[in-house]
Design a protein. Structure first.
Length: 153
């Protein structure tokens, strides 16, 4: 593994590329810096990818627990969070937000981003709201990688 593959932006870029490949009718991009001014230009909808944070654990056998600080240079297991926000003009039906959530899960199920130890796993879906005729849902997911371990997967 190239250690750059396990970097946050590399993993998010891989998720965006996978979604764009599997769901070409949608705009797929990073969640906007200023959501209040985001404009949906795609007639169908958008899939917005963001990073909510990570949880870390010491490497097994390192003599550390999750609450202690790691020794310098020791790798840590990293559970990286990923959120895909679905923004659509329609709620129900095949091209509505609810149906598209199924399609997003299908597009990411089994996908293992470069540099990751596990494929994408889903944790929850949630309704974010409806504003100006745009329905928004979030799909929370994640993957596991090593942090600080060049050459290890």
């Amino acid at each position: 593994m190239n250690n750059d593959d396990a970097r946050t932006l590399s993993i998010l870029d891989a998720v965006i590329a996978q979604l764009a490949l599997r769901m070409p009718d949608f705009t797929v991009e990073y969640f906007p810096d200023n959501p209040a001014t985001y404009r949906l230009n795609n007639p169908v909808g958008a899939l917005l990818v963001s990073y909510p944070g990570s949880a870390f654990q010491a490497q097994p056998g390192s003599g550390q627990n999750a609450s202690s600080l790691p020794s310098a240079g020791r790798p840590q297991s990293r559970q990286m969070g990923i959120v895909v926000t679905v923004v659509l003009r329609q709620l129900n039906g095949r091209e509505g937000a609810i149906g598209v959530l199924d399609d997003v899960r299908d597009a990411l199920r089994g996908f293992k981003p470069p540099g990751c130890r596990s494929g994408i796993a889903f944790t929850r879906e949630r309704f974010l709201g409806q504003v100006d005729g745009l329905w928004q849902y979030a799909l929370d997911a994640g993957t596991t990688t090593w942090d600080g371990a060049p050459g290890q997967t």
